[in-house]
Design a protein around this ligand. Structure first.
Ligand code: SAM
Ligand code: DTB
Ligand code: SF4
Length: 350
């Protein structure tokens, strides 16, 4: 008997089988693309994951081409503005005070240093500057300083993003008033698996911060991590949760776990690269309008694997030699990769 992929069975719903007439990932509105769907079910997401790889890639590319300029990649540069000594216990994170990872802690950087780094990122070709702070949640004085950083970086003509832990509604409003464009706060994984990774804040806490951010009028950057021991079902459920938010996040980072010695997740089986690409492709289909960012983990990926991620619909990267505390490909390698692929950095600010 010839091998039969599980998805060859007739159970796949229409959205995954490619047989329905409406554009994939949308409600089929009159404009051709329609509005992004917010009624994705876990069964539909799983059916997408179960598609033969070439069919999944084909569907992801159809969505990608309908919504985006597939030549362009958005480039964001990260800077850790406050490093280490974080009280939370996120099992993947080298910045938690609970793990011996060798990360030296540093208080909030001076404004001048942040501006200097933002200028350098802009000169290298980044259009967004993301400031990451290892806080459970920022205090009043922290937020004032971060607001000043946002104002100064925005004044350079860069888009701004901050990630600094949990926010109350008033704090999100304060950042919006400072001119912040995006706030990054990841769900990281499914609600079901979450408790095995973090115990010091709940999934509900994360959803509450996302609500504060959205309601302040900030753009939401929210995604997760692949490779923490989660099942395919957890990956599918994370994407369903993102797609069912009152509004799709405008930016969706898909991180591959960087295994940092000293963290509880330091040892673990590697992620199958094709499963990683599948996650990007399903994210592209379910969240058609979002920027899907090929995020942490690129340093260990071949150029060919990154090209597959772009084919699957990733259209944003972190650009610059460092993420927060770990490495990232150097800018010359990234520039060469885009050039070899006939692709280019996105110039336009959203
Ligand atoms: N402390 C803030 C918070 O957790 O909300 C902001 C900074 S935190 C480092 C931002 C995100 O980076 C995390 O939510 C997680 O998704 C990602 N991250 C942290 N360590 C990582 C690792 N080792 N590999 C992949 N992603 C990681
Ligand atoms: C996100 O999703 N990934 C970035 C950013 N948001 C803040 C952080 C990745 C961190 C990787 C581990 C480190 O460098 O410390
Ligand atoms: Fe702290 Fe953020 Fe790291 Fe969790 S992910 S330990 S909250 S810095």
């Amino acid at each position: 008997m010839p091998d039969q992929h599980p998805s060859a069975a007739p159970a796949a719903p229409a959205a995954a089988s490619g047989t329905n007439a409406r554009p994939l990932g949308t409600d089929g509105g009159a404009a051709g693309r329609g509005a992004p769907r917010q009624d994705w079910t876990l069964e539909e997401a799983l059916a997408l994951f179960a598609l033969p790889f070439p069919l999944l890639m084909h569907q992801a590319q159809q969505v990608h081409l309908a919504w985006h300029n597939a030549r362009q990649i958005q480039m964001s540069t990260l800077l850790s503005i406050k490093t280490g000594a974080c009280p939370e216990d996120c099992a993947y994170c080298p910045q938690s005070v609970r793990y011996e990872t060798g990360v030296a802690s540093e208080p909030l950087l001076p404004l001048a240093t942040v501006v200097e780094r933002a200028r350098a990122a802009q000169a290298a070709g980044a259009t967004r500057f993301c400031m990451g702070a290892a806080f459970r949640s920022p205090k009043r004085r922290d937020l004032e300083q971060i607001g000043a950083m946002v104002r100064a970086v925005r004044a350079l003509g860069l888009e701004t993003c901050v990630t600094a832990g949990m926010l109350e509604p008033g704090q999100a409003d304060e950042l919006k008033a400072a001119g912040l464009d995006y706030y990054n706060h990841n769900l990281d994984t499914s609600a079901e698996f979450y408790g095995q990774i973090i115990t010091t804040r709940t999934y509900q806490d994360r959803l509450a911060t996302l609500k504060s951010v959205r309601e302040a009028g900030l753009k939401v950057c929210c995604g997760g991590i692949i490779g923490m021991g989660e099942t395919l079902r957890d990956r599918a459920q994370l994407l369903v949760t993102l797609a069912q938010l009152p509004e799709h996040p405008q930016s969706v980072p898909i991180n591959q776990l960087v295994r940092v010695p000293g963290t509880p997740l330091a040892a673990g089986p590697p992620v199958d690269p094709f499963d990683f690409i599948r996650t990007i492709a399903v994210a592209r289909i379910m969240l058609p309008r979002a920027q899907v960012r090929l995020s942490a983990g690129r340093e260990s990926m071949s150029d060919e694997l990154q090209a597959l991620a772009f084919l699957a619909g990733a259209n944003s990267i972190f650009y610059g030699e460092k993420l927060l505390t770990t490495g990232n490909p150097d800018v010359l390698r990234d520039q060469a990769l885009l050039q070899r692929l006939g692709m280019e950095p996105e110039q336009r600010l959203q």
